[in-house]
Ligand binder design. Structure first.
Ligand code: 8DG
Ligand code: MN
Ligand code: MN
Length: 437
């Protein structure tokens, strides 16, 4: 009977990728609580914390596809990914009765959570490093900076230096400016290339934790070499502060078998995780200005750093101020109840820099794998996870950001567009705005 329910009601299909999941939905307070608990479960690092986290996430995804606000426990009783979860149902019930989840509020107030979220908010600092620092008795960014035994990585040093900037959500306007700057360079390097802003912004979000760019060229092979030259060009213009380049690890097997497709979100493309220097003149609060400034004008307005001094860390006069902002790394998900973005921007404005730091990801895909790369880098992560799960369980195929492999017929399937991939998988096409699970 439940399977039939699924057929009739697109909102209660078994896999999230079969449901329409818009960005805005009427059950925000429930999904925020569930995703907070997802994050908290991950931070806890217990034996089955990964699967507990996933259960919260799946429950949240189920609610995001509901067009109506939940009014009573029975409203979620039959939903896939909730009906078996006593814990999730308890959280929903609590919110229905009291307007908030006591469990969530309790965790938010705990020292453990505040410390962990402070440290995981440092770019380059993962959950296990954060836990180690907590265990060592470190409690603030100043504690971390003052410790001589930590051997901070290059990315962690940047993460501390630009703590406030990197925990300030990137706005759509900022992302557009960066997109223009990147497109301009890429067009000069390899005419005919495509630069698509993927990730959350492509799904219609107004802010993001970073900006994601997928770069390709319709002629297979012409995408080669673009990334290195692009990074050099941006650095020369003073627009890049940090790059972490990962060379392509694509092999014939990864493409053809869709290996490590299901679990791992990491793919094998040539990519770069970077920190971009966004000129303050390019930020949105200049919107009252009548004159549209160009990328070139904005970067000229900054003191463009000559490449030679690039490696000198002393150029940023103001280090991160070390103010502990508990919960900041979860700013978006918790709806900014702790610190408002404007407060944080206020703090960075005293930095004496003419730019703010923003996280930017670049990924390069060859034409033959482009549709799969686009699908993968558009997300959401939950959408990808569910689509790969569906592909495996229902179609007996493997889907990855590189390709689609049919295990029954032992062959890989080609696709030029996302629409073709959905068709091969016998799924109704969902535009990016409907993949916000
Ligand atoms: P946000 O930045 O606005 O917070 O959200 P997002 O844009 O959805 O998240 P993201 O962390 O920037 O990831 C964007 C998509 O890229 C996401 O669906 C997962 C996908 N992705 C891959 N491969 C890889 C990878 O190797 N690393 C990362 N970080 N993301 C990857 O397909
Ligand atoms: Mn993103
Ligand atoms: Mn990203």
């Amino acid at each position: 009977a439940l399977e039939e329910d699924g057929e009739d009601k697109p909102k209660n299909r078994r896999f999230a990728c079969q449901r329409i999941t818009p960005l805005n939905h009427p059950n925000q307070k429930f999904t925020e609580a569930l995703e907070f608990l997802e994050k908290a479960a991950e931070l806890r690092m217990g034996d089955n914390s990964r699967s507990r986290a996933l259960a919260f996430r799946k429950a949240s995804a189920a609610l995001k596809a509901l067009p109506e606000e939940i009014k009573k426990p029975e409203d979620v009783e039959n939903l896939y990914d909730i009906r078996g979860g006593a814990h999730c149902k308890g959280v929903i019930l609590d919110i229905l009765e009291n307007g908030y989840s006591a469990e969530v509020e309790g965790i938010k107030r705990s020292d453990w959570y505040q410390n962990m979220s402070l440290f995981t908010g440092i770019y380059g600092c993962g959950i296990s490093t954060s836990a180690k620092w907590c265990q060592m008795g470190l409690r603030s960014l100043d504690d971390v900076k003052g410790s001589y035994i930590l051997n901070l990585t290059r990315s962690q040093l940047k993460g501390i230096e630009y703590y406030n900037d990197l925990n300030t959500p990137v706005t759509k306007e900022e992302a557009k400016w960066i997109h223009d700057a990147v497109s301009q360079e890429v067009a000069a390097i390899q005419p005919g290339s495509t630069v698509v802003m993927t990730g959350g912004f492509l799904r219609g979000k107004d802010t993001g934790h970073d900006v994601d760019f997928l770069i390709s060229h319709p002629e297979e092979g012409k995408e080669k070499g673009i990334l290195g030259t692009l990074l050099q060009a941006l650095t020369k213009k003073g627009l890049l502060d940090y790059t972490d380049i990962q060379n392509s690890t694509v092999t014939k097997t990864t493409v053809q078998t869709g290996m490590d497709a299901s679990r791992n979100t990491m793919d094998h493309y040539e990519r770069c995780f970077s920190i971009f220097r966004l000129p303050k003149t390019a930020q949105s609060h200049r919107s009252d200005e009548s004159s549209e400034r160009t990328v070139a004008e904005d970067s000229a307005a900054m003191d463009v750093v000559p490449p030679a001094s690039e490696s000198s860390p002393s150029m940023d006069v103001t280090p991160a101020n070390g103010t502990a902002i508990p919960g900041l790394s979860l700013l978006e998900k918790t709806n900014g109840s702790t610190t408002s973005p404007s407060e944080i921007v206020q703090k960075t404005e005293d930095s004496g820099r003419s730019w703010v730091a923003r996280r930017v990801d670049f990924v390069i895909a060859p034409a033959g794998q482009y549709a799969f790369a686009l699908l993968g880098w558009t997300g959401s992560k939950m959408f990808n996870r569910s689509m790969r799960d569906y592909t495996n369980k229902v179609m007996n195929m493997n889907l990855s950001s590189h390709g689609l492999f049919d295990k029954t017929n032992n062959c890989s399937l080609q696709a030029k567009t996302e629409e073709e991939i959905f068709e091969l998988l016998k799924l109704d096409y969902k535009p990016p705005e409907e993949r916000n699970c």
